[in-house]
Ligand binder design. Structure first.
Ligand code: SF4
Length: 318
């Protein structure tokens, strides 16, 4: 067990105290602590659902056909520390791990089962470190990260996708033979402030022609306009979602959230970038929704869902 020095509540308080001014207008928690679509009947956004662009461009050598979508993951280590305002209800350190009996989720535990991808029967999209940040510095030993890279290298039939809130660490923690063709890098961008900062930083990192950079605007805490430092050029995928939480740490679900999703989708359509809405936020096991909120967006004319993938990923028919 690798010990972290700061208790989580204290870290969260410090994040609030030292928030840059760009974080000033955070949405407040929904009064019901649950996602409920706005009934205000406001103006409907003008938007046409994008068509699925899978196969619209030439397939790269490292393309996969998967029936698991984004269902596989590998946690090389568990435990993390908050990095920015989007961590306030992080499901690993605030929501889930305490529920699983981890009293100190900021303590990092290294997973012994690094060879898990061997058991994936079909080429899969494998989410890396769902319970932590892959580019977490202290106290993750470099030797563990090196071993993790070697696993990704070894199982080249899979696509490993990594998202981080520690954009400053990426360059110094990449392997010597970077870029790898089957590893996608993404940054977490909960609002405009972090979209500008992190997308600009990730843009400087070289990426293999068969791989891509992506944006993970989840939990979405504010509207994002992809321009200037956060231009979508050089990015091949945008994922978004609402904030998840529990009664003690309620998610911040702004009444404008669906509009923000639609705006992201429209920007992606204009930039020919696939857009994927993971979920719309909420509380686990909420009575209103089976899980964290369905993907269909009520304000749209048809309750659109957005499940686009980059051309490297073909979803097999069931
Ligand atoms: S960086 Fe990611 S895993 Fe770590 S605390 Fe923040 S949201 Fe959680």
């Amino acid at each position: 067990m690798l010990r972290c020095r700061f208790p989580i509540e204290r870290m969260l308080r410090r994040l609030e105290e030292y928030s840059p001014s760009g974080w000033g207008s955070l949405p407040q928690p929904h009064p019901n602590h649950c996602y409920l679509p706005s009934s205000s009947g406001g103006t409907q956004p003008s938007f046409s659902p994008p068509t699925n662009r899978n196969g619209a461009t030439g397939m790269s050598k490292h393309a996969i056909t998967t029936d698991t979508k984004m269902g596989e993951s590998i946690g090389f280590w568990k435990g993390c520390r908050p990095a920015s305002v989007g961590c306030a209800t992080c499901y690993s350190i605030v929501i889930q791990m305490p529920g699983y009996g981890y009293k100190h989720p900021t303590q990092v535990t290294v997973n012994k089962d690094y060879d898990k991808p061997r058991r994936f029967k079909t080429p899969s999209m494998v989410f890396v470190c769902p319970w932590s940040d892959f580019f977490l510095d202290d106290p993750v030993p470099n030797a563990n990260r090196d071993e993790a890279w070697s696993i990704m290298r070894k199982y080249s039939q899979h696509i490993f996708w990594i998202t981080t809130k520690r954009e400053k660490n990426i360059a110094k923690m990449l392997p010597r033979d970077w870029p790898l063709p089957n590893v996608w890098l993404g940054v977490s961008t909960e609002n405009q402030h972090w979209a500008d900062k992190r997308m600009d930083a990730l843009r400087q990192i070289p990426i293999h022609p068969d791989a891509l950079r992506f944006v993970c605007a989840e939990p979405l805490l504010g509207p994002i306009t992809f321009s200037g430092p956060s231009d979508l050029k050089d990015f091949g995928w945008v994922i978004s979602g609402g904030e998840r939480g529990n009664r003690k740490h309620p998610p911040r679900l702004d009444p404008q959230l669906d509009q923000w999703f639609l705006n992201l989708a429209a920007q992606c359509t204009n930039a020919s970038v696939p857009f994927h809405l993971m979920q719309r936020g909420g509380i686990s096991k909420c009575k209103c929704h089976a899980s964290y909120g369905c993907r269909a967006i009520p304000p749209g004319p048809n309750g659109q869902t957005f499940e686009e993938f980059p051309p490297q990923v073909q979803i097999a028919s069931p």
